[in-house]
Design a binder for this molecule. Sequence first.
Ligand SMILES: Cc1ncc(COP(=O)(O)O)c(C=O)c1O
Length: 410
Amino acid sequence: MRTNYADDFPLLKNSTENGKRLVYLDNAATTQKPTQVIDAVRNYYEQYNANPHRGAYPLSEKATEAYEAARGKVAAFIGAGSPEEIVFTKGTTESLNLIAGSYGMDIVQEGDEILISIAEHHSNLIPWQAVAKAKSAKLRYLYTDANGKLTTEEIAAKITTRTRIVAVAQVSNVLGIVNPIEEIVKRAHEAGAIVVLDAAQGIPHMPVDVQALDVDFLAFSGHKLYAPMGIGVLYAKKEHLRNMHPLLLGGGMVDDVSEQTAAYTDGPGKFEGGTQHVEGAVGLHSALDYLENIGYEQIGRIEHELTGYALARLHSIPHVTIYGQESGYGRTGVISFNIDGAHPHDVSTILSADGVAIRSGHHCAHPLMRYMGVNATCRASLCFYNTKDDIDVLIGSIWKVREVLKLGAE
Ligand SMILES: Cc1ncc(COP(=O)(O)O)c(C=O)c1O
């Protein structure tokens, strides 16, 4: 069975950082793109670029077919009932804003509660603050335990009959913890609330079946899933989509326009005003084919082994604090840590001298940082194209940090 996939990614094969082999460990921020995806985008521009849904000539029809084929692919990939439930957006942020602005603003009323977790990315937090403020509703939080987990008790206590919307990440972008989505959905639906799932950090690592999970909405970004930047997905159950008003008004989202009124089109096109990112949809289609070919089982196997290896090696370094659960179970390869006395930005700069690319900062999760009592963390995030060799370089570099900063290695 094949285990090394880095060769599929031209940037990983060819790049150096500060004269060293690039060790790319910022996959939670964005992933590199396989040749197959790059070729698909190039083919689109070389062979069938035209404005879709607009022209009656063959080139435009081909672009339309490719765009709609990508929609069909996404629907099948996430187990949606129909391609009509898939709206293409710019990414997770736009998808979540669309849900909040178009659905949340309509159904949330004064005194209602919107429930999110303390570990949400700002993209699944600020839009809900806006809804709560506009509607005089209350934004409440699920707090994690010491291991970064959402407990059954916390979920049971916070979801009540006042809860209208529960919006949570499938996987935390800071702690890598996989949230108990089935439990949250069950509880929320029993209480009459709908569930919004931010799958940005989940779907790159594990299969997502929207019907099996029974989530009402789901959002993810192509670029974290080996596809181009600027393409994302909003899944919504048909009955929700039908009742939502569009946010972007203009060309392509109407059936008829008179001087004073406009009749919006049905289906996902209603939310896709303006010329769409066909190249991105084509690239996303190709990325999903690529992932399917490898299979989530294989991806999970490689990532689980790498994560366990990285956590064990990190754990053995003095002065290193790992945030969240330290075993490889129930989590992805997003690993947040700090080194005593060293600012995360200094750590990432020192690591980059060895070619290691990690993220440092607040990871768009200010409330979680405050809750954890830190200003920032270092975050290494793995995916299936990483290797033990990458982890060894990371660990070797971390060992040097306190020495370089003259803090004493032991
Ligand atoms: C959990 C989570 N939600 C939302 C986002 C926002 O994604 P994008 O910037 O692609 O819109 C991110 C990005 O890091 C994320 O990790």
